[in-house]
Structure formats: structure tokens, C-alpha cells
Design a protein around this ligand. Structure first.
Ligand SMILES: [Zn+2]
Ligand SMILES: [Zn+2]
Length: 378
């Protein structure tokens, strides 16, 4: 691990910006609302600007530019670059460079720019306050060839200020004079910037902290429906770290992923194409392989139970059920591996059945753990 940072490494511009926008949102907005109240025009601008800027990050910066999970026509690229700049998260070139590094070195204390192993605060915002490793940019050679990307890189701050702060103030002025201008600046400007900032920052902090890891426990990335709700669908982060080029993060049909729906919608309108999807069989194999890893390294409770069996019919029944599920699971896993090797398509019903078998096996393992600790406690 690198040595602790010094004051000279603090990025004062970014730190002051983060602090002042937060103060403006938390102090300035309530004072404004107390004096002038809230009108529908200000609410409408806020409700337009939040998804426009947040999804320009999730759909544009993240899935389109950083991961190349689909292709998009010029209008989509232009709009996401302009509104992505308004999120005040630097240019797409810097953003994608940091993000590709995060995927390549995930959880590495030195090389993952926002490694959760440096602590929650670091992953959330600390890495922006202290600039230890500026975005390398050598890992975004493909993006450097895009003239629109380079135009945004050169003019990012100007676009952000003009479209992200001045425009809502101007529209507010046209609506209700100087009071409307102040409201537009505070609500659709500062409050919106802070909201979108923390929605994005959650992906690096909370999405590596809370939730399940059904696809791989090799990284701290987790799946959480709550986080998906707060991050426009990016909360299925364990899936995303396992299959980063898939245009979907919430891969299941009922998963809350508005970014996935928007990309799909754009493809139906002819504005997006070449949507990359990991085959369902491959996704299930990853889930079953993770289950297998957990079963092959059973918890201490199960090992202790096998060595010192508890003399109780319920206990024996639980162990027998576990053994039966394990045998069935092993057979299914082998069948799935063969099917994948032979490129055989498997019915949705069969995939669902195997997924539920894996879940039952893990539940049975957890039940045995609970029974053993209850027996030990007596
Ligand atoms: Zn991550
Ligand atoms: Zn990513």
C-alpha cells in the first residue's frame, strides 16, 4: 500500500466544488424555499435534469463509452456527452479511463482508483478529494479517436457551467424574473448536481458494500435492488463486474434497470444497435460455479456436524436432504457444462429449474449451519 497522502495532494478545486455545491443545496435551497416557495416549473426542471444527467452517465459515460456495450448514433452520443458533462464528473475520457482501471484492478489498494479496500469514505468521495493517481488515459485510445469525445474533453467545464448551471437559471429567469433565476440555479443546478453526484458515488461505495454476490465472490461488487433504484439500474454490480460488456446490469426480466430499458428503447427507434448480451446459459453457469465453490468449501458448521453428528432425527433429515440436493446439483452442473461446450440452447424452463436447485442447495447449507449453532448453544 502506498504511503499516506499529504496536504499537497489534495485537489482543492474539486474539494471546494464538492463542498460549495453541497452547502448551496443543503443551506441555500431551504432558505430560498422559505422565502419564495416552490412552483411547478422548478420541480419540472429538476425532474428533467436529474434523469437527463444521471442517465447520460449510466447510459452514455458508463455503458456506451467506457464498456462499449452497444453502438449509438451521433444524436445519442452528442446528447449524452453534453448532459454527461453537466453531471460535473469530468470528461468522458477521464471518467472512462478511471472506470476501466477500476474494473481491471478491482479491490487492489494501489491500482483501483476507488478501491473499497481503502475504506467506504475513500471509495465514495475521498479519491476525488485526494488525487493520488490521475486518470492514465492510455487505456482509452479507442475513445481518443472519436472527434466528439475529444471536443467534449476540451470543453467539458464550459459545457457543464453553461448547460448545467446557467441554462436552468436562464429558463428560471424567463419564467419568473430574478427569483426564478435563483430558484433554477439552486434547484435544477446545485441540488441536482449533488443528487446525481451521490447517486454515482454510491456505485463505488455502497455497491461494493451491501447486497449479494451470486455470480462471483472474487470481488467486493454486490447486487442490490435498493442500490439499483438509487443508481438508475447500476446496483446489480456483482453481475456487472462479472460481465462488464453486457448492456444490461439488471439481467433478470424483473430487475429494475431503467438504463437497460432506455438502451433497448433506443434500439427499437433505430438510434442504438449491436446490444451486447451474455447468453443465459453462461450467466447460469457463473451462478452455479459460485454455488459449487461455496459447496466445495463447506462452512465450519457442516464439517463439525459430519465429524460429530448430532443424535437427532431432524438433524439427520436435514443432512440427507442436503446430500440429495448436492447430488442433483452436481448432475445439473455437468449437464450445463456439456450443453455449453456443444453450444446447445437450453429451454428457459430448464434454466429456471437449475437456478432454483442452486438456491435450494445454498438454503439447505445455511439451514444446517443454523441448526448446528443452535445445537451447540444448548
Ligand atoms: Zn465497481
Ligand atoms: Zn463498469
Amino acid at each position: 500500500m502506498k504511503s499516506r497522502f499529504s496536504l499537497s495532494q489534495i485537489n482543492w478545486t474539486t474539494s471546494l466544488f464538492l463542498l460549495l455545491t453541497l452547502l448551496g443545496a443543503l443551506v441555500g435551497t431551504p432558505i430560498y424555499l422559505y422565502h419564495y416557495g416552490l412552483d411547478w416549473f422548478q420541480v419540472a426542471m429538476f425532474l428533467f435534469y436529474v434523469p437527463a444527467t444521471a442517465m447520460s452517465i449510466t447510459l452514455g459515460y458508463h455503458r456506451l463509452f467506457a464498456h462499449r456495450a452497444f453502438k449509438a448514433l451521433l444524436p445519442v452520443r452528442f446528447v449524452t456527452l453534453v448532459f454527461g458533462a453537466c453531471a460535473f464528473e469530468h470528461s468522458v475520457l477521464n471518467w472512462a479511463s478511471d472506470h476501466r482501471k477500476h474494473h481491471k484492478f478491482v479491490d487492489d489498494v494501489d491500482d483501483d482508483p476507488y478501491s473499497i479496500k481503502r475504506g467506504f469514505f475513500w471509495a465514495h468521495i475521498g479519491w476525488l478529494i485526494v488525487s493520488l493517481t490521475p486518470a492514465p488515459l492510455e487505456n482509452v485510445a479507442d475513445l481518443k479517436k472519436d472527434k466528439l469525445v475529444m471536443w467534449q474533453h476540451r470543453n467539458c467545464q464550459l459545457i457543464a457551467v453553461l448547460v448545467g448551471l446557467v441554462l436552468p437559471a436562464l429558463l428560471g429567469f424567463l419564467w419568473n424574473g430574478p427569483v426564478g433565476a435563483l430558484g433554477g440555479f439552486l434547484i435544477a443546478g446545485l441540488c441536482r448536481v449533488v443528487t446525481v453526484h451521490h447517486s454515482t458515488f454510491f456505485i463505488n461505495s455502497l455497491c461494493h458494500t451491501i447486497g449479494r454476490r451470486p455470480y462471483s465472490k472474487s470481488s467486493t461488487a454486490r447486487d442490490s435492488a435498493l442500490m439499483a433504484f438509487l443508481t438508475f439500474g447500476e446496483g446489480y454490480h456483482n453481475y456487472h463486474h462479472s460481465f462488464q460488456h453486457d448492456y444490461r446490469n439488471g439481467v433478470k426480466r424483473r430487475s429494475y434497470d431503467p438504463t437497460k430499458w432506455a438502451i433497448w428503447g433506443l434500439s427499437k427507434l433505430g438510434m442504438a444497435s449491436d446490444l451486447r448480451r451474455v447468453p443465459a446459459e453462461k450467466i447460469l453457469l457463473a451462478e452455479m460455479a459460485e454455488t459449487r465453490r461455496q459447496v466445495e468449501a463447506p462452512p465450519a458448521a457442516l464439517l463439525a456436524a459430519q465429524e460429530n453428528p448430532v443424535d437427532c432425527p431432524k438433524w439427520q433429515a436435514a443432512l440427507d436432504a442436503y446430500q440429495t440436493l448436492l447430488e442433483r446439483f452436481t448432475e445439473s452442473y455437468q449437464e450445463l457444462e456439456v450443453a455449453l461446450a456443444d453450444s446447445v440452447r437450453i429451454s428457459r424452463k430448464r434454466l429456471k429449474q437449475w437456478r432454483s436447485e442452486s438456491r435450494r442447495l445454498l438454503n439447505q447449507l445455511a439451514l444446517i449451519g443454523r441448526m448446528k449453532s443452535a445445537a451447540g448453544g444448548r
